[in-house]
Design a binder for this molecule. Sequence first.
Ligand SMILES: *Cc1c(COP(=O)(O)O)cnc(C)c1O
Length: 387
Amino acid sequence: MTNPYTWLEPSLATIHKANWYRSVQTITSQPGAVVQLQGREVINFASNDYLGLTGDQRLIEAAVAATKAYGTGCTGSRLLTGHRELHQQLEQAIASLKQTEDALVFSSGYLANLGTIAAVVGKRDLILADQYNHSSLKNGAILSRALVLDYAHNNMADLANQLAQHRQQYRRCLIITDSIFSMDGGLCPLPEILAIAHEFNCMVLVDEAHATGVLGATGAGCVEYFGCTGQTLIQVGTLSKALGSLGGYVAGSAILIDFLRNRAPSWIYTTGLSPADTAAALAAVKIVQQEPERRTRLHNNVNTLKGLIQQQLKRLQLLPSDSPILCLPLVDATAAVKLREQLQAAGIFVPAIRPPTVPTSRLRISVMATHELDHLKQLVSYLASTT
Ligand SMILES: *Cc1c(COP(=O)(O)O)cnc(C)c1O
C-alpha cells in the first residue's frame, strides 16, 4: 500500500533547510509594550496594537458587558439569525470615522478582502495589483477569476502603461493596493492612483489595515491623510490592529455596501462577529476619534526611533517608511533569524520576516503609542552593539 502523505516530511525538511521554517511562541500576559513571551519579560516590537487599545479597560469592559447581555456567539450568518444591533452600531461608527455612506463588518480583514474583490469583479474583468500587496488581496484577486496583472511596487508609470495596453479588452477594472504596505511600512501614492483610475475608468480598493487609527487627523487612515476623503472608492480594513479587536470591514457608498450584503460570499455564508468582538471594536472606534493624543504619541515614538537608528546604527539603514512599521534589511534569512534570536535572548522581541512573505529578509519593528523612550533606546543600543 502506498501512503499519499509521504511528501509532507521532505517538504517540511526543505522549508527547514532554507531557514524558512516558522513556529509559534506563547505570550502569557496582557498585550502591551512589554509582554511575557515563553515565560520571560520582553520589550514588544512585534504587535499591530499601535495605539495600545487591546489591553484598554474600556474595550475589555465593553466586551464583557456584550457577552453578558448577548452571549458568546451570534449563532448564524447575519442574513439568517446572526444580525445584532451592535453590528449596526459598529457599522455606523466605522462609516462615520471614514466619512462614507455606509460600512459592513466581516469576520476578519482577510475575509473582507476575499469577499469584496470576488463580488465586484469576475471573469470578464481586469485587476491591476501592486506586486507587494497583502496575501488577502492576492488571494481575493485569484478567487474573483478576473485577469490579474501585477504592477511594479508603487510604480505609477507601469500601472498607467498596463492600463493603456489592456483596459479596453475588459468590462470592469479594479486597482487594488495596501495603503501602508504591511511588510515595508511605505505608503501607496493614493492621489496618483485615483487620478489614473479616473482616466481609465477603474474602481479602486485600498486596504487600510495598518493605517486605520494610525494615519489622518481623526485616524481614518491614508484616505484622510492624503485629503481624499469623500472620493468614491472601496476602503477595506481590519478591526484587529489599531482597533484592538477581531474582524474586518468595508466602507464605501450605500449602494456598494448593499450590493456586498447580496454578493460577498465570505460575508453571506459565515457567522456574524461575536458580541464581544463587536462591542470592543465599537469602543475602540470612539477612542480613536476622541483621543488623537494617542496618535501623537505614536508618531513621536516613530520619529524618535528613526532618529536613534540614524545616529547609532552605522551599517544598517531603514527601508523608507511613513508609518509605525520600520524595517531593517538583512543579507539573508539565516542572518535575520540569528539576529532575532540574539535580540530575544536580550529581552527584545522583534520578528524576522523572510521569503516567501517578502522578497528579501528583514527585521520588522512595530512601534506602539505605549512604548517608552527607554524601550526604544534599549532596542537601538542592542542593535548597535551586535551589528
Ligand atoms: C493584517 C492584514 C489583513 C488581514 O486582517 P485580519 O483582520 O487580521 O484578517 C489584511 N490586509 C493587510 C494589509 C493586513 O496587514
